[in-house]
Design a protein around this ligand. Structure first.
Ligand code: PLP
Length: 369
């Protein structure tokens, strides 16, 4: 019965009772205020979304201390576009769309993309699938502590490097860099090389010195920081992400992003409401941190070696190949990610879930095969 209750937030198309710990989704469901705002916004979906986008933009700029010009009248679409373009913000259908646009805008003339391995790899893989042999992916192994090797990444930069990507906290390992480490990397890059800092999971970070690089995006010409409403805000199915960058970076991306015209009224209204729902955001963080703490403490009891991290998921080394373990859990409808997704079959990545879902996970781990 407990699991059925949990399944009410599983979403469309997921069988009741499935414990879904494999895509780093928010197990709480969205903020009730976000849902209410989205349904109210649907009522006005015969209108273009610009005025709604502008209220979201105000929320994003306030959150990061970015300036935003007043557009005057919300009915004047030209003024809204102008004020949007003067802001430091870019919008996408998920941060994925922005990462893909970066791949195209910086890869079109060829060059190298430097990323950590194992890592999220979205920019390099998008560049490769769109541009083929014109681009080269440079995969820099993590340190033995599973962190980005900042020194090695800086050392991998050549005159052909177009983009260096830091995913902070990293996916799949959950480890995070301090802002000081990211700043040191930024200091070493030629201003023509773009530093992308993907902060999909930054809201879940607690380690000392791990902080957003938004300040760098606002103050340097070659840093772009991405955020998403898919994780801490629980809106993955509605698709919305944003980035902050300097005017030259935004100009270079402009041909490849629809921005205000590429997002829909429902998600924009939901996102604005969610940003203002401090209580929901606190609960999202608490659920993830509690489950993470539990995973770090308990996985060793089952022979797994978890990696301490700052994300709403945990990367863990298993004994031998992860296949039998992943399958045993799957037979009990507990789904986790096997490391072969990253060509590392000796590992698993387990997303954080609700307390009842974590209980199911541990009960199944402890059960006989
Ligand atoms: N960046 C990282 C590190 C992710 O793990 C994900 C999704 O899992 C994304 C970006 C893409 O998220 P979205 O397109 O939903 O914003």
């Amino acid at each position: 019965a407990e699991v059925r209750r949990v399944s009410s937030v599983q979403g469309v198309g997921v069988p009741a009772g499935t414990v879904r710990l494999l895509y780093n989704e928010n197990p709480l469901g969205p903020s009730p205020l976000a849902l209410k705002a989205a349904s109210e916004a649907l009522d006005g979906c015969n209108r273009y979304p610009m005025a709604t986008v502008f209220s979201l933009l105000e929320g994003i700029c306030a959150l990061h201390g970015l300036s935003l010009a007043s557009p005057g009248s919300a009915a004047d679409l030209g003024a809204l576009f102008e004020a949007f373009e003067a802001s430091s913000v870019l919008l996408g259908a998920g941060s994925s769309e922005i990462l893909q646009a970066v791949a195209l805008a910086w890869g079109l003339d060829g060059g190298e993309f430097v990323e950590a391995s194992p890592g999220y790899g979205a920019v390099g893989s998008a560049a490769q699938s769109m541009l083929g042999e014109r681009v080269r992916r440079v995969a820099v192994p993590l340190t033995p502590e599973y962190r980005h090797d900042v020194e090695a990444m800086a050392g991998a930069v050549t005159p052909r490097t177009r983009v260096v990507v830091i995913t902070n906290p990293n996916n799949p390992t959950g480890t995070a860099l301090t802002l000081a480490e990211i700043t040191r990397l930024a200091d070493r890059l030629d201003p023509k090389t773009l530093l992308v800092v993907d902060e999909a999971y930054i809201d879940f970070a607690e380690s000392p010195g791990v902080m957003s690089a938004m300040g760098l995006a606002a103050s340097r010409p070659n840093v772009l920081v991405t955020r998403t409403f898919s994780k801490i805000h629980g809106l993955a199915g509605l698709r919305l992400g944003y980035a902050v960058a300097s005017q030259p970076v935004r100009e270079r991306l402009r041909p490849y992003l629809l921005n205000m015209l590429g997002v829909n009224t429902a998600v924009v209204a939901a996102a604005a409401a969610s940003l203002a729902d401090a209580d929901y955001l606190m609960r999202s963080r608490q659920v993830a941190v509690a489950a993470r703490t539990q995973l770090l403490a308990k996985l060793p009891e089952f022979g797994l070696k978890p990696v301490p991290g700052d994300a709403p998921f945990v990367w863990a080394k298993v004994q031998g190949d992860c296949g039998p373990l992943v399958q045993k859990l799957a037979r009990a409808d507990v789904l986790i990610a096997g490391g072969q997704r990253w060509q590392l079959p000796g590992y698993v990545r387990i997303s954080t879930g609700l307390p009842a879902e974590m209980d199911m996970l541990f009960a199944t781990l402890g059960a006989k095969a």
